[in-house]
Design a binder for this molecule. Structure first.
Ligand code: HC1
Ligand code: SF4
Length: 579
């Protein structure tokens, strides 16, 4: 180890450790903005982590950036001298020179790392702000899902790093020089026409309001407040375990009951559960897979993750025939809410508006796919990310903590099995599918229902599962994060992957940390494990744990769809992909 002092505290550091890392391990705060340890990103561009190294025998101490300066034996580091504090303050003032000054109307207000920094350095004035230069910077609102607002960008390049090295999509590049340097889409495309798949991982690491979703809270309110319309809300498997922390509850708290209560309170007419539709997806996709296995077609890729669909369409269109044709649970629920629900409840289908609450930005893209809009009418009318839903509740003056948990009261599409619930985490779709396919093939339930061999957290996992009967053993794989997805897709294309069924979730961890989830400051995906644990608890304690045993699913097929993969089910619940 290496011995040094930071503000006179004796510290022990590892060889090659940076001053910042050593300070953090010893509980000593140095401000940062561009740096993000979780994604191994320290470009040293924001320069707010400057510290002084006192050098005996020399008059002036040396100023260095703590994030990329290694420790040395005997080093004396000072982080709070007048000179350091003045430099940090100047640095933040320079960052604000071409940063839009309308904090009160920014989506990150109160949750912004730049605001925190301005407070930390005690900024009281902003001498260099150049309004004309700021307004000349680009705002790209071409995508239905994401807005890229360079007027709020601080050039930290975290988004570039996460897209390039973690998601391996590499849609973002730095362009321009000096004060005109900014984040651009590769080859000068706008967001809509670029190779971006709208997974939203860049949004999760953005320290300011430069990257965010297209806000649709106003349109949701328009529908909810229109007495002429029947508004239906559905919420995703992962939302209930990744929302309470916004209102001060511990990470991973299951707030399903409070979400139902909140929806009712703001005037939503019918509250349904995307988990129900996840069970329907298993019936459709499982039947489809079984047919493909019998015909020797392999592998089949899952199709519920819309950023994965975008990725396949944009980057690997030749593999599209391998994707399941089953719509995602979001689209299945919306379709049923505009056909089955009106028929059974005696409401006018044209008066139904579906609002879906998703931990996902790509779901906004999915909702406007031409295949999923019929005669100008979308299946899903509005998608709100979890972040927008929080914003909506705040606009309505609701604090989730104050609400008594409620329960679903719709008898048609609110019951779900444990299998539907685990869709929200990586491996869940596969586990849910295996439970049902096994029962279909063998005529009895799988005995050991917790398929723990499918539950890891490594980027890519594989297993062999015995489905019994005429199918026998099948090889399955689960990937999450687009970096590992790219590797498995390339292996499949090269004929080097031996799998029957592959589950893909574009976001690391699956939906529990989707690109539309609440953001964490100075951290990337810190809460995945707590959320994941609650999802498995929901499954473990569920009364019904297989999709095919969901009574409301059985009723749906008996009274409306006839059978999985029937002609009617095919017309309503399946789709196609385009390159
Ligand atoms: Fe997901 Fe899905 S699991 S895609 O991750 O298949 O967003 O939670 O709603 O549609 O059910 C997200 C979550 C979600 C769909 C389901
Ligand atoms: Fe890259 Fe995903 Fe961000 Fe698009 S949404 S720029 S693919 S990280």
């Amino acid at each position: 180890t290496i011995s040094l002092t930071i503000n006179s505290h004796a510290c022990a550091a590892f060889p090659n450790e940076t001053i910042l890392s050593c300070a953090r391990r010893h509980g000593l705060y140095i401000p940062t903005l561009c740096e993000l340890e979780d994604i191994d990103h320290a470009p040293g561009t924001c320069r707010v982590c400057v510290v002084e190294i006192v050098q005996s025998g020399r008059a002036a101490a040396q100023i260095v950036t703590a994030c990329n300066t290694p420790v040395r034996e005997g080093m004396q580091v000072a982080t709070r001298t007048k000179r350091v504090r003045n430099m940090q303050k100047l640095q933040v003032e320079l960052l604000m020179a071409d940063h839009l000054q309308d904090c009160a109307t920014c989506v990150r207000h109160g949750d912004c790392e730049l605001q925190d920094l301005a407070q930390f350095v005690g900024l009281t004035e902003n001498r260099f702000f150049d309004r004309a230069r700021t307004l000349a910077r680009e705002v790209d609102d071409s995508s239905p899902a994401l807005i890229r607002d360079m007027q709020r960008c601080v050039r930290c390049q975290r988004c570039v790093a996460v897209c390039r090295y973690h998601q391996k999509v590499d849609a973002l590049v730095m362009s321009g020089t000096g004060v005109n340097r900014y984040v651009d889409l590769r080859d000068g495309y706008d967001q809509k026409n670029s190779t971006c798949v709208t997974c939203g991982q860049c949004v999760l690491v953005c320290p300011t309001g430069a990257l965010g979703e297209r806000d649709e809270t106003e349109r949701a309110l328009d529908y909810i407040c229109d007495p002429d319309l029947t508004t239906v809300v559905q919420f995703a498997p992962a939302v209930r375990v990744a929302f309470g922390e916004e209102f001060g509850m511990p990470a991973g708290t299951n707030v399903e009951g409070q979400i139902i209560a909140a929806c009712r309170k703001i005037g939503v007419d019918v509250v349904l559960d995307t988990n129900f539709a996840a069970d329907v997806v298993i019936m459709e996709e499982g039947t489809e897979l079984l047919g493909r296995l019998k015909r020797g077609q392999r592998p089949t890729f899952t199709s519920c993750c819309p950023a994965w669909i975008n990725f396949a369409e944009i980057h690997y269109p030749d593999i599209l025939p391998l994707l399941s044709s089953t719509k995602s649970p979001q689209q299945v629920l919306s379709t049923m809410a505009k056909t089955y629900l009106p028929e059974k409840m005696g409401i006018a289908p044209e008066k139904v508006r579906v609002i879906s609450i998703m931990p996902c930005t790509a779901k906004k893209d999915e909702a406007v796919r031409p295949q999923l809009v019929h005669d100008g009418l979308p299946e899903t009318d509005v998608v709100l990310t979890t972040r927008e839903f929080a914003r909506l509740l705040r606009r309505e003056g609701i604090d989730l903590k104050d609400l008594e948990p409620s329960t679903f009261d719709n008898p048609l599409m609110s019951e779900y099995s444990g299998a539907g619930a685990i869709f929200g985490t990586t491996g869940g779709v596969m586990e849910a599918a295996v439970r049902t396919i096994y029962a279909v093939v063998n005529g009895h339930e799988l005995e050991q229902i917790d398929l723990t061999q499918l539950r890891g957290f490594e980027g890519a996992r594989s297993a062999t599962v015995d489905l019994g009967g005429q199918i026998g053993e099948v090889k399955v794989a689960m990937v999450h994060g687009l970096g590992d997805t790219r590797a498995i897709v390339e292996a499949v294309r090269a004929g080097e992957a031996d799998f029957d069924f592959i589950e893909v979730m574009a976001c690391p961890g699956g939906c529990v940390d989707g690109g539309g989830s609440l953001r964490s400051k100075r951290a990337y995906l810190p809460l995945a494990m707590a959320r994941r644990k609650t999802i498995y608890d929901v499954d473990r304690t569920a009364r019904v744990r297989q999709s095919h045993n969901n009574e409301q699913v059985k009723t749906l097929y008996r009274d409306f769809l006839e059978a999985p993969n029937s002609r009617k089910a095919h017309d309503l619940l399946h789709t196609h992909y385009t390159d």
